[in-house]
Design a protein around this ligand. Structure first.
Ligand SMILES: CC(C)(COP(=O)(O)OP(=O)(O)OC[C@H]1O[C@@H](n2cnc3c(N)ncnc32)[C@H](O)[C@@H]1OP(=O)(O)O)[C@@H](O)C(=O)NCCC(=O)NCCS
Length: 365
């Protein structure tokens, strides 16, 4: 008979005390699960970074549920609650050590998570699960979201569990990777794209760049871009509402990112005639995994699309990576499969498919 028990784990306020021992075990589960999914450690996180990122903030609550087997933590339910907007939603991530699967632990953790969600009056649970690309499109039976774009292997344990538990597949994202080696050849290609896009855009627009800290005179415009980024990209069937960004939240996020040992390269595009920022892109790197960079937001406001600004922004920012982070070897990015404009930009820059990410949603009765 299975003897696991489920409960809340308090996220410690310091990594020095005894209570950090359990948190370190839980973090070890997260890393082992990522390694099991991808076959490498690129999406892992060292303990100080996870500790910093799992702290509740003024913008987002965090709840950690764990399953123990004889006292040892073998599984996590990681719940994130937006606190400024999207007050109906929660994101949930279930992680079970490979050695402890098919024992009903995820099922029990999900029931626990749903009680946490319901007790806070929230009704929409979002979750994401991954499968690596193995030589192209998934083979065998696949699930296709209502968008019709992309697919996810139906036999993945996460898919079987999600469908059985009342989740719907509402979107599929593509994970892509750009290998920076051999550096000159890759960056020559990026440079060519940058020059081509600049030739189209630079008459009416100019690029501005910063590292980690948005200049004070740009922060209001940047807040608007971050707000629009939350709903402008294709959302599939996700019940995502616009996020409430203002300059204070930008500063809180910058401080938190630095405290986690991360750094961001941001590039923004300014419309010369109005003097307003009309697009931005963000690359993130972390000292805890120095070979890996993440391409995050890229946005061009709707009324300024069609001038190759997306390509210009991205290519220009990629051109800064090796100067800023000489240890960088790979850049990962996620895009909705229906986001053909962004995917085409990425392909032209040299990104190649590395994984499928299923977006799941469950609306509680
Ligand atoms: C998905 C995951 C959480 C399932 O954990 P688990 O503890 O093994 O799940 P359970 O034992 O509760 O299984 C519940 C049901 O899911 C289905 N399932 C789980 N693993 C399966 C597998 N390998 N093959 C087929 N069905 C599977 C079955 O229907 C199972 O019920 P059954 O054992 O009575 O047939 C685990 O595989 C995992 O950590 N995967 C990597 C991370 C991830 O994808 N998390 C989900 C994203 S939120």
């Amino acid at each position: 008979m299975d003897t696991f028990s489920i409960g809340l784990l308090h996220v410690p306020t310091s990594l020095c005390g005894e209570e950090s021992y359990d948190f370190a075990q839980s973090a070890g589960v997260s890393d082992a699960v990522e390694r099991g999914v991808w076959g490498h450690d690129d999406h892992g996180m060292d303990l100080p970074e996870r500790f910093a990122r799992d702290q509740a903030t003024a913008d987002r609550g965090f709840v950690l549920g764990v399953a123990r087997d004889g006292g040892r933590i073998v599984a996590n339910a990681r719940l994130k609650f937006p606190l400024r907007d999207n007050l109906q939603t929660v994101s949930v991530r279930l992680e079970v050590l490979p050695s402890h699967r098919r024992r009903g632990i995820a099922t029990a953790l999900l029931a626990f998570a749903e009680r946490q969600v319901a007790s806070r009056g929230r009704t929409v649970i979002m979750a994401w699960s991954d499968a690596p690309v193995q030589g192209g499109e998934p083979t065998g039976p696949v699930l296709v979201p209502p968008t019709g774009a992309g697919s996810f292997p139906a036999s993945e344990p996460s898919a079987v569990l999600a469908l059985r538990s009342g989740f719907e597949l509402v979107q599929v994202d593509r994970l892509s990777v750009l290998h920076l080696t051999p550096a000159p050849a890759v960056l020559d290609g990026v440079g060519r794209q940058e020059r081509g896009a600049r030739a189209v855009g630079s008459g009416n627009y100019e690029l501005l760049a910063w590292t980690d800290h948005c200049p004070a005179d740009l922060v209001d415009d940047y807040s608007l871009l971050r707000r629009r980024m939350s709903t402008d990209p294709p959302l599939g069937g996700f019940a995502q509402e616009e996020e409430a960004w203002d300059s204070d939240r930008i500063r809180r996020e910058e401080d938190r990112s630095l405290a986690a040992g991360a750094s961001k390269l941001v590039c923004a595009v300014r419309h010369r005639a109005s003097g307003r920022l009309v697009g931005h892109t963000i690359l993130q790197w972390s000292a805890s995994w120095p070979a890996v960079v993440y391409q995050e937001d890229t946005l061009v406001l709707e009324e300024h699309r069609g001038h190759r600004l997306g390509m210009w922004l991205k290519a220009a920012n990629l051109g800064r990576v090796l100067d800023a982070w000489p240890s960088a070897e790979r850049i990962y990015t996620w895009n909705a499969e229906e986001n053909s404009f962004m995917l085409n930009v990425n392909i032209a820059l040299g990104f190649r498919p590395a994984g499928h990410t299923a977006g799941w949603q469950k609306v509680l009765a």
